[in-house]
Design a protein around this ligand. Sequence first.
Ligand code: SF4
Ligand SMILES: [Zn+2]
Length: 360
Amino acid sequence: MESYLKELRNKHLKKRKKKNPNMPIATWVQDDIFLDKTIGKSLTIILRTVGCRWAYESGGCTMCSYLMDSSPIKISAENIINQFEHALNKYKEEIIKNPKNYSIKLFTSGSFLDEFEVPKEAKEHIFKKIGELPIKEVAVESRPEFITDDNLKIIRKYIDNEINVEIGVGIETLNEKIRNVSIHKGVSTEDIKSAIETAKKYNIGIKAYLLIKPPFITEKQAVVDSIHSANECIRMGCSRISYCPATVHKGTLIELLWKKNQYRPPFLWSVLEILKEVKSQNPDKLIMCDTSGIPSNRGAHNKMDCKCNYEIKEILNDFTITQDLSLIEGALDMGCECKKYWEEFINFEEKNIVPLGDNK
Ligand code: SF4
Ligand SMILES: [Zn+2]
């Protein structure tokens, strides 16, 4: 599988375009919920780096196309500092005017803590600058192998202990077989446990990204797996759960399966069911859901032409900010003609040998 994934990745990488190395991929401000459940704003900065090492070395994960956003040319520490400064200058005044009302999220479409993507010099510069601002939270993303004492010491050298720091980790599932075969993540559960324990020493939280519906499993298995994984992550001490309902990205293995009608992104009914179960079992925990890609035929959707798709997307966004379980329960109760189709799909797929697509 690895050589197949590498070949697939390399074929698509040829289409990558050279972009300005001193400009971030994107920056935006949005409403957000903090770890203490108060609501504020977050500034997200997506830095342009050379991209995820795992994707280069092994072909990467079966649902991920982040490497396509990365740079085909070398990105130096200086370039990364320039990108960060460019983004920060735009919003700095606003952050200073609203003390303790902002979180800063630094993403790279890979691992911010990996030296290969973000050299130490750039990391130090960025954390030093952030540490001087009156913010409430800082978030980065990283694979677990880079959550080391050395890296976390750098963070806490500059970011005061009273400022929440969270590292988003693509745990995807707590089922090792699904994580490493279906998703091809190359991360063991032991690695995850050890990253959580290391982070705890520095009072740093781990946000667990969980993938709803990896390939090669049925809709029903996906629901059971997502509920179980969140409960386990919470038990292990993750600071919050962030669900990512799968989206079919270009150049991925999931796309190949989807085109052959052997994969269907999750139904929104399944997503609601998962959120209802997990939130009712863990009422005090932050459970969030990403809604990008909803409701296109490549993203999570119910029947494509059904109006409930847009209503549910809005409810998912509201739930993420308010954590109000009654929104999810209300959405499940409101029903829709297509809910019957979802139930029939699940029953039929369970009798089948392989997972079903739903391409019309
Ligand atoms: S999901 Fe994360 S680890 Fe996997 S290939 Fe994409 S960026 Fe790399
Ligand atoms: Zn519907």
